[in-house]
Ligand binder design. Sequence first.
Ligand SMILES: *Cc1c(COP(=O)(O)O)cnc(C)c1O
Length: 522
Amino acid sequence: MNSEGRPTAPSQTTGISPARTFTANRALQQEEGLLFEIGRHDVTGVDLEEPAAFVPRLGGLERAGAIGLPGLSEPEAMRHYVRLSQKNYGIDSGLFPLGSCTMKHNPRLNEKMARLPGFADIHPLQPQSTVPGALALMEMLSHWLIEMTGMNAVALSPKAGAHGELCGMMAIKAALAARGEHERQVVLVPDSAHGTNPATAALIGFSVRSVPAGADGMVRADAVKAALDGDVAAIMLTNPNTCGLFEAEIVAIAAAVHEAGAYFYCDGANFNAIVGKARPGDLGVDAMHINLHKTFSTPHGGGGPGAGPVVLSAALAPFAPAPYLLRDGRGLRLVEDTARDGDHAPFGRLTAFHGQMGMYVRALSYMLSHGANGMKQASEDAVLNANYIRAGLSDLLTQPFGDQPCMHEVLFDDAWLKGTGLTTLDIAKALIDEGYHPMTIYFPLVAHGAMLIEPTESESKLSLDLFIATMRDLALAVRAGEKERFLSAPRLSPRRRLDETRAARQPVLRWKPRAPLPRDTD
Ligand SMILES: *Cc1c(COP(=O)(O)O)cnc(C)c1O
């Protein structure tokens, strides 16, 4: 796109240039302008009757001129949105190897359940007495989450993983305040952490102290002990970590953290690797968010809102935010009040209403349809699939921490590209030409030029074999010195390589007409 939002012609600076067409369409892929570019002012999709004469009562604030909305006929509007939808690549289009994101299939059964009128049509302001089924569903989901993680309580309302981190860390802050330990202002975060971890800690006023990863990509208990002192409030540790490795010293780390009077927040985004295999509560975790949109198959990416419930240990359970579920002599209810009440001392509330009800339904539908054994198998298959890719590529690509088994995702670095003049970005762009969404690149930061691949359990052997063969073809082309294929990639996408830095630094967010719009004449 140029600064006016118009498509620019494909770059001709590279050796291999794709065929140009008169229409800018490519095969059956349609070029699509903005509504403002394709609409006209003399066209409308509906015929509205002239309004009867009336006296405006807007106190002189009524519109003085045309606002220039473009008109489209119904078929034009239809085509516009269908064409846009076809430009979207999603998990329903093909393998989506985006590491750390667990892009698994979203079972249609979940969608069917979420659309049951009894769930889909309820309103957050309805009296609780009219929605006992929804409350029972939230209780059942809580039960499964607590059982699977071996924890004591769950706060359901956070709306994403990062929001869950905020929730868990605010519970830790409240617990420390209740202990009168306001001097604990430091949060330990390993080098390999997701950026949301230090951001969360900083957002609520903690300072971040980083803990280096060992040569094998794991955090050492000794390194944590060296960083612990009376100022430390908590550690935020991801397990399995972002290198796709299970933190082998996690139990010793938890013990050291507790001994120092601090809490253990676990980033549970990678829970898909260990469901049914290991329970965070048994490992010494005090709080962990669960991305329902990763582990429990609710849609994400452009496809839907997330949900990030946080499971809590006995020490943190009292501080869970409102609303919280309570079953007592009065039955099952959601407590909206943030005042201290018996064992409950909520730190406040995080969301306007009760969280992502539609995601609760989808996640519980996934759990009930898989059962405990099915979810355990899903985790085993996710790990197997990642290792199948690792084994299929390890002779051509390089792994930063040696050729060791991984959990649910496999991490490669760019050592294999040394001296080729190509970078991780070039490989990612070439994958687009092959019809794949790229893997996660340049994350985690502890691996140079990281390529993080997570196939999930939903991919068949056939699909994995094709992906491996594609990656092998790319790697062999790199070896054969076919530099242009990579530097000019993507060659076959509607847009070529964009100036991503400029787009981020100087985003053009507003379309401006090239010529003044004609005023409405009537
Ligand atoms: C996805 C992810 C998060 C953030 O979760 P969101 O739901 O995207 O907010 C945090 N940590 C890790 C390791 C993740 O992969």
